[in-house]
Design a protein around this ligand. Sequence first.
Ligand code: MV4
Length: 448
Amino acid sequence: MTKPLRVLIANRGEIALRIVRACRLMGLETIGVYSEADADLAHLNYVDTKLCIGPASAAQSYLKQERILNAAKLCQADMVHPGYGFLSENPDFAEAVERAGLVFIGPSAHVMRLMGDKISAKQEMIAAGVPCLPGSDGALPDSPEETQRICDAIGYPLIVKASAGGGGRGMRVVETAADVIGSVANAQQESLIAFGKKDLYAERFLKSPRHIEIQVIADQHGNAVWLGARDCSVQRRHQKLIEEAPPSGIPAQDIAELGAKCVQACKKIGYIGVGTFEFLYEDGLFCFIEMNTRLQVEHPVTEMTSGIDIVREQIAVSLGRPLSFTQEDINCAGHSIECRINAEDPDTFMPNPGKITQWWPAGGPGVRMDSHIYESYVVPPHYDSLIAKLIVHGCTREDAIERMLAALDETRIGGICTTIPLQKRVLQAEAFLSGSVTVHSLDKGLLK
Ligand code: MV4
């Protein structure tokens, strides 16, 4: 009998519970770390060992590398799962975990750095044959005259983005040639303050794109596969509200060609683990914007369509196991939708933490609720307001929408406001039903 391996879960909430579920399935032991505000988290009932790592503030707990590494040592962890958010895309943390002799459940620090820098990520994608928007070749130069020339060559409108940014932070749209110098100077200043790095790049601006992403997974033996695409266009201020797989109205052949290019890119950059390639889609063309090197919130819609347990496979490849399937084995079927249920006012999006007085999760065929909440649980004010993910699967998009509406209706959450009323409206909006949602539809009020 060999001792089971122990996974430290450096996260909280629904994703910590999701990771515990995968670990138990795999016969792995778990260590739960939590802040002083989180002693009552549901997953802590199922871990083998738990340890408080600091005060409520994430900066003093979930984001404190030394505290997590100390906990790992104290509890004899073999592996660290970072979940999403917090330290999940911090290459210095990945490196520190490996230096401590533990396995970081994620890609190498080197690849995280390469993709974390948006300029080098885009250059790698161009080299790998992944479609990108025309733009500056690397960072904009210091010379204003040269910058003006480069931008004039790209054409207007264009967008300048901070190389250290991402997820919508540090971007500026430039409408005309006359605005280049001022906008670039402001964006550089902002980037320097926000990220400590002023590098910017410029590319053509797409006015009404959809957000489409490709899920990939790669093992340590040179195997990489794509698991389908997701449409995450229903967003408000870069916060996704509804995701679905597959994207509606895009030819499966086009998505398959893109998926194959993402796999090619994984092999080229030496990617290992789960990852997501983000694209803008407009007028039938995909343009790479960013790569996420973590497990994503919306991974369940891909699990529902592909039938693959993405978290289990993610841990398996980190253990050095080969993928248990090939590209030919993957047969995506049906349609899946996820609603991110946030403890927020559905109209103002103001966080709305507090005590849950009633909790009835929806159920039935094709319905999945990933949530850590329970009756009497108090949603703390210190963290992200995601309290549940409701995921449905149906034969067709229409089926899935119907199931989601019924499941949202069945779900009862008392004591706090949630985004459910808004999601019900969006799912019945003409623009959503017809599949014509762009990343701006919700902010423009077109989904009522
Ligand atoms: C863009 C764009 C239009 N053209 N890039 C925002 C998040 C970041 N990942 C990239 N973003 C955008 N990049 C070009 N060349 C529009 C957006 C954008 C957006 C993208 C995806 C989802 C929501 C968005 C909301 C506003 C703008």
